[in-house]
Design a binder for this molecule. Structure first.
Ligand code: FAD
Length: 444
């Protein structure tokens, strides 16, 4: 049994949704014809804005729910419900895992035994949450242990939180998933202890000074930090739940629930040995084309050359990257002669961008955190109702390589983004910031 399509998007996450919209905008007649375009996803719902899972979805009141955050709501663009795909002739094959791929034959085999063939394939398989079991710590299947990657995970977490009101949660991992989940747990009136091996939260990205601000802010909300520590086992109950997390030094942390956010891995396995790989992902050129001319890769799974970073090949697990690379791939497929379709050309250069929102805080980061960080603004705890505003810029050879800004207005965020994009000299950014009341120490 089998079906054939002109274009197949493998994966039904953020990148798939943005790619679908881009196809519709490019295709004659404003939609696909039968057999032209299909999306295969092992998730049960149409593509949605994944960042909503750790933000609006976990709120105790007024929580985000589908269809409200289907793509492309996050870019204030059309909301692509299942009906939208039907209306535009796009076949959505949901709840269906692809178990093998053959790029030579241009076929995908699904878990139901169906063979789907393509002329052009866009791989948008994203990433998966790393499991503690992969590090020899067992218990991931426990009824009160949560990971957060999919809607299914988020539904489990909402259910577990409801049953733990007033109880204790142990959050394992100090990255953005751990930080955002900890904030959500506090909002749900659950006491949080965060455990991670680093010296401070977000240690691959935050400077110690930035981390200190957030840790103090969280501590004021009742969150306890246990740093430089690892969970090595769990105390299990007979009902399939864990009762406590045990640290390497023997400490026992009672837990009504556990949330694990210890990183992610790109879903590349289907293409191992078939496509060139780099940086833990599928290597593509500036047009998002892999080592096989009929296969493109976008989003978390794609490693591509970034002109702004000197052509360095990078892979980003950022929603903005998923949106932009998806649009680039579709433009490159449908307008092959259009040089502007390349990620890494003139004004379409990709500028790495990541953001997070927790409690009343909101930060954005643009560029690369290489070179020396120079802090600016006021790092003191905000008074009641006050909004902090501070940041850091990373300076390399006198040029601004990256900027982190907490509490920036849209206009300020755009100003720092443009300073990074055009490789401003630090003095110019200092003048720009100063005109907005943010003094950069040590700059004339
Ligand atoms: P995904 O959105 O992960 O989609 C991949 C899709 O492929 C999924 O539907 C998956 O089920 C499917 N799939 C995989 N393998 C198969 C297979 N074999 N067969 C069928 N289907 C398959 N980024 C930010 O910049 N800011 C944020 O604040 C932010 N918050 C986040 C919060 C959470 C909880 C998470 C999990 C991520 C967050 N991110 C954030 C990262 C962002 O969501 C990702 O970068 C983005 O989703 C990547 O899009 P993608 O389409 O490449 O992958």
């Amino acid at each position: 049994m089998g079906r054939a399509f002109g274009y197949v998007i493998l994966g039904g996450g953020v990148a798939a949704g943005y790619a679908a919209l881009e196809f519709v905008r490019h295709l004659d007649g404003g939609g696909a014809s039968p057999g032209e375009l299909c999306i295969i996803s092992d998730e049960a719902v149409a593509p949605y804005e994944r960042p909503a899972l750790s933000k609006g979805y976990l709120l105790p009141r007024g929580a985000a729910r589908l269809p409200g955050f289907h793509t492309c709501a996050g870019a204030n663009d059309e909301l692509l419900t299942e009906q939208w795909y039907k209306d535009h002739g796009i076949e959505l094959v949901l709840g269906t895992r692809v178990v093998s791929a053959d790029v030579r034959r241009k076929t995908l085999l699904t878990i139901t035994g169906e063979t789907i063939s393509y002329k052009t394939l866009i791989v948008a398989t994203g990433a998966r949450a790393l499991k503690l079991d992969e590090f020899g710590v067992h218990g991931s299947g426990a009824a009160n242990m949560c990971y957060l990657r999919s809607l299914e995970d988020a539904d489990k977490m909402v259910g577990v939180m409801r049953s733990c009101h007033g109880g204790n949660a142990v959050v394992i991992g100090g990255g953005y998933i751990g930080m955002e989940c900890a904030a959500a747990l506090v909002a749900n009136e659950i006491k949080v202890t965060m455990v991670f091996p680093g010296k401070h939260c977000m240690d691959r990205f935050f400077t110690p000074k930035i981390a200190e601000f957030y840790e103090n802010y969280y501590a004021a909300k009742g969150v306890t930090f246990i740093k430089g520590a690892r969970v090595t086992s769990f105390e299990a109950l007979s009902d399939g739940k864990v009762a406590a997390a045990i640290l390497r030094d023997g400490r026992r942390l009672p837990a009504d629930m556990v949330v694990v956010g210890i990183g992610a891995r790109a879903n590349t396995a289907l293409f191992d040995g078939q496509l060139a790989m780099e940086k833990g992902g599928i290597r593509v050129n500036g047009r998002m084309q892999t080592s096989d001319a009929a296969v493109y890769a976008v989003g978390d799974v794609a490693a591509f050359p970034v002109a702004l970073l000197g052509g360095d090949v990078r892979r980003f697990e950022h929603v903005d990257c998923a949106r932009r690379t998806a649009r680039r791939a579709v433009a490159a497929i449908l307008e092959p002669a259009d040089g502007a379709a390349e990620v890494g050309k003139n004004d379409s250069d990709y500028l790495p961008f990541f953001y997070s929102r927790v409690f009343a805080l909101s930060w954005q980061f643009y560029g690369d955190n290489v070179g020396e960080p120079v802090h600016f603004g006021d790092f003191s705890p905000p008074g009641a109702g006050g909004r902090p505003k501070f940041g850091a810029c990373w300076v390399s050879d006198g040029l601004v390589a990256g900027v982190f800004l907490e509490g920036g207005s849209q206009e300020e965020n755009e100003a720092v983004a443009s300073a990074v994009r055009c490789g401003a000299r630090i003095g110019d950014l200092a003048a720009e910031l100063e005109s907005r009341g943010l003094a950069l120490p040590g700059q004339e």
